[in-house]
Design a protein around this ligand. Structure first.
Ligand code: PMP
Length: 439
């Protein structure tokens, strides 16, 4: 995962004594692998709804968080976890109803063919499990991913995450394809280019004696630069891979749970039928719960041969949190809100491109929006440095977003699902102001 929007020690001179001490303590205790957002890292002490608060009580509009997706510290989720914590918290080797009630509700949001669920604690674990299931089922090892994918941090999955940086050396059984980038490859070509790349990857695997097992794709291509359309661009390539016996693993860790608008799941925008779907991030609104949903034929093949136990995966408190999240999405009609506010935001941000030459493209699905910055619209030269300045300017003005993409020039805007038009207006104005003063 790229850290375009990252603090470096060169920024330390601008910090207060307290901030410097906190960072030094962090580095001493946690080591160098942990990174901080923003040139002036944010010291958060409290969250409420769409707002985060720093240690001085200043509030920041959260247009980035895809974990506390239905609102920071949502009372209904907190209450559900509290009640369950008072009663019981064990693991999946005892009979309990909570996990089954939640599993039924969760599976109810998928088509009938996706009828099994297994629980993990993180998205990485979910992808890791999905990969194991796919390899068992197909008897193959070969995996296709996109060139700047991010799927997580376990040993096997980090190797499927080239966006972690040059330290990731792709193993022999992995092939990459170009992400379906309509802005750079052309909206009319993107589906066929994607399919041709998948075809070539499969042929190359076979040529090298590697049996294909899975194609794993983040349905919103978040690390590849937030690639949202045209809808359906995956269908041809996925059909081709499945016809070759590969399983399609839809990584819904980013686009899942109403993020992309009316659909609960991002892949449904592309008219494809996953064999396994992986879930995480917003699933428990902050409680670590994740999992896989798959076709019973595939999941059962694995389970018959392999025992599965994940100590914390599917524990009663996590399931209570997960259930409360689904309840809130359903009762507050957050899919509709994601669609409506997402559309309002997209229109507002697109209007800005008439005033700011630097905006090359504005794209989005529901409340997941990418704004691609270029120094010149005809050559599409990436404006990475300007993207970094915009993100930091907005942070100083109390609105939180970040940046992504292989060219480090895509503003990644991912507001909480409970945004109103007033919040959207604050965000649009902050982008406008940052474009004026920071580019
Ligand atoms: N898949 C995608 C698409 C992700 O964005 C992430 C996390 N950023 C993961 C998987 C891994 O999830 P986790 O951090 O919960 O392990």
């Amino acid at each position: 995962m790229s850290m375009i929007n990252g603090f470096t020690s060169e920024d330390a001179t601008r910090l207060s004594e307290t901030e410097r001490r906190l960072i030094e303590r962090r580095e001493r205790l946690l080591g160098p692998a942990y990174r901080l957002f923003y040139e002036r890292p944010l010291h958060t002490v409290r969250g409420e709804g769409v707002w985060l608060f720093d240690e001085q009580g200043r509030r920041y509009l959260d247009a980035y968080n895809n974990v506390a997706s239905i609102g920071h510290c949502h009372p209904q989720v907190v209450e559900a976890m509290y009640r369950q914590s008072l009663q019981l918290n064990t693991h999946t080797r005892y009979l309990q109803e909570g996990i089954l009630d939640y599993a039924e509700q969760l599976l109810g949001t998928f088509s009938d063919d996706l009828d099994r669920v297994m629980f993990t604690c993180t998205g990485s674990e979910a992808n890791d499990l999905a990969l194991r299931i796919a390899r068992q089922y197909t008897g193959g090892t070969g995996v296709i991913i996109t060139r700047f994918a991010y799927h997580g941090v376990t040993g096997d999955i980090a190797e499927l995450s080239p966006s972690l940086g040059p330290c990731i050396v792709l193993p022999e059984h992995v092939r990459t394809v170009r992400a379906p980038d309509a802005y750079r490859l052309g909206a009319d070509n993107v589906a066929s280019i994607f399919a041709a790349d998948v075809r070539a990857a499969i042929d190359d695997m076979k040529k090298h004696g590697i049996r294909p097992a899975a194609i794993m794709l983040d349905g919103i291509f978040s690390s590849d630069g937030v690639l949202t359309g045209p809808e359906g661009f995956l269908a041809e390539g996925i059909a081709l891979a499945q016809a070759e016996g590969m399983l399609y693993i839809a990584d819904e860790v980013q686009p899942g749970f109403a993020r992309t608008g009316l659909n609960m799941w991002g892949f449904t925008r592309h008219d494809v039928r996953p064999d396994i779907v992986t879930l995480g991030k917003p699933m428990g609104n902050g409680q670590p719960i994740a999992g896989i949903v798959g076709r019973s034929e595939v999941v059962d093949h694995f389970g018959k041969n392999m025992r599965y136990f994940n100590t914390f995966g599917g524990n009663p408190v996590s399931c209570a949190a997960g259930k409360a999240v689904l309840d809130v999405i359903q009762q507050d009609q957050l899919q509709q809100r994601s669609h409506d506010i997402g559309k309002y935001l997209l229109e507002g941000l697109t209007r800005l491109s008439a005033r700011h030459e630097i905006i090359g493209d504005v794209r989005g699905a529901g409340l997941f929006i990418g704004i691609e910055l270029v120094t010149d619209r005809s050559s599409k030269r990436p404006a990475a440095e300007q993207a970094r300045r915009v993100v930091n300017h907005m942070r100083e003005n109390g609105v939180l977003i970040s940046a992504a993409g292989p060219l480090e020039n895509v503003l990644k805007v991912r507001p909480l699902l409970t945004f109103t038009t007033e919040h959207a207006d604050i965000l649009i104005e902050a982008v406008d102001s940052a474009m004026q003063h920071a580019t």
